[in-house]
Design a protein. Structure first.
Lengths: 266, 306
């Protein structure tokens, strides 16, 4: 008997989808595999070895860049998440207000404006401040990262807040709990998966940033991505693969955890 | 909450004060490190370049003039700036091709995911989302390793005797295109999947009942229904492609510039900050026009498809 007519089938679509998934993952898999190559080539396999992880670990520049990346990502995600919680409360727990669309435009600006434009604008502005104050520390990078992390932290937190049942908050307020108490005892315990999700997203976004960091950093302030960008100009050894694999591992872990967190029921 | 509140007017005032207090820290940071610097960039675009970078505070329209025109250094005649125009053209061309490429691979993929059993869909989407959240530099670099002269593809082809000398793929427009499609594909699949997931297949069934062919069903029923997703995906891919910096820098090797690289050049060797600022504002304006066009079409078509 003939197979049942499948109304969802489109000839060739499955094949293209399969090809897409293979193409999407093959380069990443090869990158990871060759990070364990015993030889210096990134195309000829010479056996398994940890040597490139060891050499990356022993590389002073890589160490410094890693520490710098982590410091920036930590502060940027912590600050941006805190600010995003406040902003999300203001835009979900108070009635519609004048200037709302302007506020949304500002919060989402880092998502709309091309990164290179923001990077150049920050380069110009921070150059003025650097000349005026003489300060060239990490604060510029932390502030720049905080700004573009805000929308990424804001979106999951706001989604969680709008999805929450208001009955509990209202009940607490009806029992004369002051607003701050309502927040700490009722809202916050329900909100934490959103906060954690936002913070992780912000952390990954900050850790992965190349363009804005490249333009804002002062001399000797390489983060891991800008260090790698600089390395790509030279002869590439699997050491770059090793660093990439570690960064990749962090991102994948965070994304999977983020997806799990956003699925938690309120 | 309303029963035991003070009079409405006072409550409103209080709510407004609380709201702006809560918003203030975030808005201040954004003003300092996002919106404010953009305004300063606008100002810089009408100043005179300094000799070693930076600006001299002297108004000048030269930067805007130089975006698309140039004056001959010997006889002062005006002409189109061929170098800039060719870079603009390459940017627009490659961004459009990237968008089309992402549709070619992304549409069937999104359709495939949307027609899986409900429980599997999230897992397939996770496979799309993971590359999206991994470092753009790492993903670009992964493609470089594949297509460079000493890379996997050339090594395999030479080892198997199909070619004698490596095929030059890296540092061409082709490699930038491949890299950008690879990097931005998830941005196409996400909105496409969102609109296909809600596709009502009883309409498709009705089409087949009326003896439509697969091609007719695709063209007359499915495509019109998922059009908002196609438009959203195209904007999401086109906009970052146009402003791409990392992929053309790594893939183009410095000879195949796009707008992003041209802008960077003005702050490096070019030492023409006002021109860089003017180019940035131009790029921003193009992006805003694209986004506004999208919001308009989305607004017009949105309600119809719920």
């Amino acid at each position: 008997m003939a197979k049942r007519f499948d109304i969802q089938r489109m000839p060739g679509f499955k094949t293209i989808a399969a090809v897409t998934f293979v193409l999407l993952y093959m380069p990443i898999f090869l990158l990871v595999i060759y990070s364990f190559n015993a030889g210096t080539s990134i195309a000829i396999w010479e056996g398994f070895s940890w040597r490139w992880y060891v050499s990356a670990w022993d590389n002073q520049q890589v160490q410094d860049a890693t520490v710098r990346s982590l410091i920036i990502a930590f502060w940027a995600s912590a600050i941006s998440t805190t600010l995003a919680v406040l902003a999300a409360l203001a835009t979900t727990r108070t009635p519609k207000f004048k200037g709302q669309s302007a506020v949304f435009a500002m919060i989402n600006q880092p998502l709309m404006v091309p990164e290179i434009v923001t990077a150049v604008a920050l380069l110009i502005f921070f150059a003025m401040i650097k000349v005026a104050t003489g300060y060239t520390g990490l604060l510029y990078l932390i502030i720049a990262h905080t700004a573009f992390c805000i929308p990424f932290a804001y979106l999951p937190i706001r989604a969680r807040l709008t999805g929450m049942d208001l009955a509990l908050e209202q009940a607490a307020a009806d029992l004369y709990a002051p607003p701050f108490r309502v927040f700490t005892r009722i809202t916050l315990p329900q909100l934490w998966p959103g906060i954690l999700a936002g913070a992780m997203l912000a952390f990954v976004i900050s850790l992965d940033d190349v363009v804005i960091t490249e333009f804002v950093k002062s001399a000797g302030q390489d983060t891991l991505p800008t260090y790698m960008l600089g390395q790509l100009r030279r002869v590439v050894t699997p050491e770059v693969n090793a660093i990439s694999t570690v960064l990749l591992g962090i991102s994948v872990t965070m994304v999977v955890a983020f997806t799990a967190l956003s699925k938690l029921k309120t | 909450m309303a029963e035991h509140s003070p009079p409405a007017n006072a409550t409103e005032k209080r709510a407004s004060r609380v709201r702006w207090l809560l918003l203030a820290p975030a808005l201040l940071v954004l003003l300092f490190a996002a919106s404010g610097p953009l305004l300063i960039t606008l100002v810089y675009s009408v100043l005179t370049p300094g000799d070693y970078g930076g600006v001299i505070w002297q108004p000048s329209g030269d930067a805007w003039f130089n975006v698309i025109l140039q004056r001959d250094i010997f006889d002062d005649t005006l002409s189109w700036s061929d170098a800039h125009l060719s870079i603009f053209w390459r940017s627009v061309k490659l961004s459009l091709m990237t968008t089309v490429g992402c549709i070619i691979f992304g549409f069937p993929t999104a359709y495939f995911i949307a027609t899986r059993p409900k429980k599997q869909r999230d897992l397939w989407m996770l496979l799309i989302i993971i590359p999206f959240w991994t470092n753009i530099l790492i993903r670009t670099f992964a493609v470089v390793e594949l297509i460079r002269n000493e890379g996997t593809i050339n090594t395999v082809l030479m080892w198997s005797g199909i070619i004698d000398a490596p095929i030059q793929m890296l540092f061409t427009e082709f490699s930038i295109l491949v890299g950008m499609i690879y990097v931005y594909l998830p941005l196409m699949v996400l909105p496409l999947y969102a609109s296909m997931e809600r596709l009502d297949f009883s309409l498709v069934e009705a089409g087949y009942d009326l003896y439509a062919t697969r091609m007719q069903v695709l063209k007359r029923i499915i495509l019109p229904l998922v059009k908002p997703g196609v438009i959203a995906g195209s904007i999401l891919v086109f906009v970052p492609s146009l402003g791409a910096y990392v992929t053309p820098r790594v893939m183009g090797g410095g000879n195949q510039l796009m707008i992003g690289n041209l802008i960077e050049l003005q702050f490096g060797q070019g030492r023409n900050w006002p021109l860089g600022a003017a180019l940035s504002i131009t790029l921003l304006a193009i992006v805003m026009v694209a986004l506004m066009a999208y919001v308009r079409t989305a607004g017009k078509e949105g309600p119809g498809h719920g």
